[in-house]
Write a protein that binds this ligand. Structure first.
Ligand code: ARG
Length: 469
């Protein structure tokens, strides 16, 4: 079957040697305008910088340059106020803008693309877009850290069980638990900053792949676009997307952290835990079960991790094995990047809301913290530091005491001292003081520990390190 020709006319931007237009399906698979229209601001910014450089280098007359820049600014406002007509026939954002420029200013529009290819153009646009997103994500991450720190400050001494293997391990303070995430998000911000530093070089002026014979000034455009320097190799500049992959990797790690916090919120507000309550603003009802309050926002933030990991794998796979330099495969770089940024913005916003919204239930947390002999380590530590036993021996003795309490279904505090002394005679009344949850928490005052006094210090340090910059 012969493919249908939708367009008789060839593409006005590159169709010089063509006699007929593309098949319908060719146009459909080729066009990226539906998604790359999101690059319009960066595309126009890049074009203005390129145009100014061409004028500076006397490659373009300044009258033409002025007309081009004025036209580009008009187009920017047309797109912003949604009066711009995007056309699939014109493939992508670059050619949509150039074609409109020609409609507005006529002949000089055709001079803008001198010493430039869409290959260096799109590489520049996407770098600028990712850079902008990193800056916005950094401030979202900072805002989330601020909410976590504020709540940690409020709940600096609020007792809750700390878990390993999701089994009660040792009591901790809620402030300490929340600050753990502040550290994770701090490292995520550091990774985004590293990624930003590495991507901040300009591909513009690399041409299609080999550079250009025009006397361009790449440092000029790099500087104007806020890049640190021009990229050193034109082949690399037009054909690598490692900066996008790195962005997706950092986003994936951030999503791991967000999904863990999401999961804790889901657990904490479940009937089994009852550690926190979420307000109506952050739960949804069930259409069948009237009693339900579901933590959908937390579940969806947890689930967004799936899309982001998928996006990373998809771009890795697109880029794998591509020979130098540009291949159209690379057009597939944008959707994973856009979707990742969108997902991350949503998840970060929702998480900040959830963190500010929840109300802790101190009673259920205290009851839970007391289950499972959480101060057994403290008794073992007492046997070491006061009675002078080796830790392994202290561990064995405490294990026997726990077994005894378990047999009688009572807590360590409730076990009569005489019974403890039957197991080890060195235990005195002094040992009982270490068996309370409160003591277990206040005594863990080592650097980075959970003691309320340490949490207060950690709040101050976190404010200084993460918020005062
Ligand atoms: N829309 C294309 C992309 O996103 C622009 C570059 C096209 N270059 C080319 N030689 N066909 O990759």
């Amino acid at each position: 079957m012969k493919p249908k020709n939708k367009n008789k006319s060839t593409n006005s931007r590159w169709g010089g040697r063509y006699t007929s237009g593309p098949a319908e399906i060719m146009q459909e698979i080729n066009a990226s305008i539906n998604f790359d229209k999101r690059l319009f601001e960066q595309d126009i910014e890049g074009s203005i910088a390129h145009c100014e450089m061409l004028v500076e280098q006397k490659i373009l007359a300044s009258t033409d340059g002025n007309a081009i820049i004025k036209g580009l600014k008009t187009i920017k406002s047309e797109i912003e106020n949604e009066s711009f007509q995007f056309s699939e026939t014109l493939e992508d954002i670059h050619m949509n803008i150039e074609a409109r420029l020609e409609e507005i200013i006529g002949e000089p529009a055709g001079r803008l693309h001198t010493a430039r290819s869409r290959n260096d153009q799109v590489a520049t646009d996407l770098r600028l877009w990712v850079r902008d997103s990193i800056d916005q994500l950094d401030s979202e991450l900072r805002n989330l850290q601020e909410s976590l720190i504020d709540r940690a400050d409020t709940f600096y001494d609020l007792l809750m069980p700390g878990f390993t293997h999701l089994q009660t391990a040792q009591p901790i303070t809620m402030g300490h638990h929340l600050l753990a995430y502040v550290e994770m998000f701090g490292r995520d911000r550091g990774r985004f900053a590293d990624c930003r530093k590495r991507l901040n070089e300009s591909p513009l002026g690399s041409g299609a792949l080999a550079g250009t014979s025009y006397p361009i000034d790449r440092k000029h455009t790099a500087r104007n676009l806020g890049f640190d320097r021009p990229m050193a190799n034109s082949l690399d500049a037009v054909s690598d997307r490692d900066f996008a992959i790195e962005f997706l990797s950092v986003a994936a790690i951030t999503m791991v952290h967000l999904s863990r916090l999401s999961e804790e919120i889901v657990l904490w507000c479940s009937d089994g835990f009852c550690f926190i309550t979420l307000s109506d603003a952050f739960t949804t009802g069930s259409s069948m079960m009237p009693q339900k309050r579901n933590p959908d926002a937390a579940e969806l933030s947890r689930a967004k991790a799936g899309r982001v990991f998928g996006n990373l794998l998809s771009l890795l796979t697109v880029m794998k094995g591509l020979p130098l330099a540009y291949s159209k495969d690379m057009q597939e770089d944008k959707e994973p990047v856009f979707d990742t940024a969108d997902s991350l913005f949503l998840a970060l916003g929702a998480m900040k809301g959830l963190v500010e919204d929840f109300v802790p239930n101190s009673e259920s947390m205290l009851i839970a913290a007391k289950k499972g002999y959480p101060t057994a380590t403290d008794l073992a530590d007492w046997l070491v530091s006061v009675a002078g036993l080796p830790f392994r021996e202290a561990h064995r003795i405490t294990g026997e005491i726990v077994k005894e309490a378990e047999k009688r279904n009572i807590s360590l505090e409730e076990l009569p001292i005489e019974d403890m002394q039957k197991i080890d005679s060195s235990i005195t009344h002094d040992a009982l003081s270490v068996l309370s949850i409160e003591n277990a928490v206040t005594s863990r005052a080592s650097e980075g520990g959970t003691a309320p006094i340490k949490v207060k210090e950690a709040v101050l340090s976190a404010r200084k390190r993460f918020l005062e910059k």
